[in-house]
Design a protein around this ligand. Structure first.
Ligand code: NAP
Length: 281
C-alpha cells in the first residue's frame, strides 16, 4: 500500500489524488464484471478514490460497474463522468447527466466533463454545466481533448474560467502537450488529467522503460505512471481490470524517479520541439 496518496488542488481549492482509476472498456462483457468491480474496489481500498468514467463507455455499462464498485462508499469517492459532444446542448446535457446519475446510483457527479469539442456552441454547454451545479447534480465541470486555442476560447466565455480540468492524451510516448498546453494550464492552475498513461498497455512492454524499472525493482508500466504523476499539475488515470495491475499502479505512487532516470527517459522519449495538434484516442 502506498504510504500516502499525493493530491493536487483543483482551481476550486478541492484536493484530488494525482492517481485515479479509468474505466474505458469496462462493462462491455458480463463475464468480466466481477473482476472489474473487484479491481475498482481494491483501488478504493488502496486510497485511489478518483474514478473516471463516461456515458460513452459500454454505452453506460461502465457507469453501472462503477455504481457497483462504490456502493456504500460514495462519500469517499471522487466521481468523474463525461457527456458526449452530441449531447452537449442545454437540454441534452441535462438529460445526459440525469441518465448518468441513474446508472451511477448517485445524486451527484463530482466532476462532469465535455468529452471532446463538438458543434454545440461552447457557451451553451458551459451554461448547462453551471445550471447543473446550481441544482447540485454536479459539483464541478471541466473539459476533455481541448487544445490550447480551445482552452483560450473557453476561459474567455462567461463562467468559462470555472473549468476545473482538461483531460487529455498524455504519456511518455505522447509528449506533444508539453510544448504549450501543459505550461498554459499550469500557469492558470488548471490540472491536466492524463488519460491512457500507459498508452493502453504499450508502455508496459517498452524495453527502454524496463531498463529504468529494473533500478527501482518496478515494472515498465509503473515507471510510465511515476513519470506522469511527477509532472506538475498532472493527474494520471490508468485503467486496470486486473487486481495485480491495480496494486502495481498504487505502488507507483512511491517511486521517486532520479534526475538520471528522468534524463534517460528524455533521451528515449524526447520532449516536443514544436507545436503539434493535440492527439486523441
Ligand atoms: P491505459 O490506462 O493507458 O491502459 C489500460 C491498459 O493497460 C489495460 O489493458 C490494462 O490492463 C493495462 N494496465 C494497467 N495497469 C497496468 C500495469 N500496472 N501493468 C501492465 N499493464 C497495465 O489506457 P486507457 O484505458 O485508454 O486510459 C485510461 C483511462 O483514461 C480510460 O480507462 C478512461 O477512463 C480515460 N480515457 C479518456 C479518454 C478521453 O477522451 N477523455 C480517452 C481514453 C481514455 P488490465 O485492464 O488487464 O489490467
Amino acid at each position: 500500500m502506498p504510504s500516502t496518496v499525493r493530491t493536487l488542488e483543483l482551481p476550486s481549492g478541492e484536493a484530488v489524488p494525482v492517481l485515479g482509476q479509468g474505466t474505458w472498456k469496462m462493462g462491455e462483457d458480463r463475464r468480466r464484471r466481477t473482476d472489474e468491480v473487484a479491481a475498482l474496489k481494491l483501488g478504493l481500498d488502496l486510497g485511489i478514490m478518483l474514478i473516471d468514467t463516461a456515458e460513452m463507455y459500454a454505452s453506460g455499462g461502465a457507469e453501472e460497474v462503477v455504481a457497483e464498485a462504490i456502493a456504500g462508499r460514495r462519500d469517499e469517492t471522487f466521481l468523474v463522468s463525461k457527456v458526449l459532444p452530441t449531447n452537449a446542448s442545454r437540454a441534452g446535457v441535462k438529460r445526459a447527466c440525469e441518465n448518468s446519475l441513474k446508472r451511477l446510483s448517485t445524486d451527484r457527479i463530482d466532476l462532469y466533463l465535455l468529452h471532446w469539442p463538438g458543434s454545440v456552441p461552447l457557451s451553451e454547454t458551459v451554461e448547462a454545466f453551471e445550471t447543473l451545479k446550481r441544482e447540485g447534480k454536479i459539483r464541478h465541470w471541466g473539459v476533455s481533448n481541448f487544445d490550447t486555442d480551445e482552452m483560450e476560447e473557453l476561459v474567455g466565455l462567461p463562467s468559462g474560467s470555472n473549468v476545473q480540468t482538461n483531460q487529455i492524451l498524455y504519456n511518455l510516448s505522447r509528449r506533444g502537450p508539453e510544448f504549450d498546453l501543459a505550461p498554459w494550464s499550469l500557469k492558470r492552475g488548471i490540472p491536466l488529467m492524463a488519460y491512457s498513461p500507459v498508452e493502453q498497455g504499450a508502455l508496459a512492454r517498452n524495453a527502454r522503460l524496463a531498463a529504468v524499472a529494473a533500478r527501482h525493482n518496478a515494472t515498465a508500466a509503473q515507471i510510465a505512471l511515476a513519470w506522469a504523476m511527477a509532472q506538475p499539475g498532472v493527474i494520471a488515470i490508468p485503467k486496470a481490470g486486473r487486481q495485480e495491475h491495480v496494486r502495481q499502479n498504487a505502488a507507483a505512487l512511491d517511486i521517486k524517479l532520479t534526475p538520471e532516470d528522468l534524463a534517460e527517459l528524455d533521451r528515449a522519449f524526447p520532449p516536443p520541439t514544436r507545436k503539434r495538434g493535440l492527439e486523441m484516442i
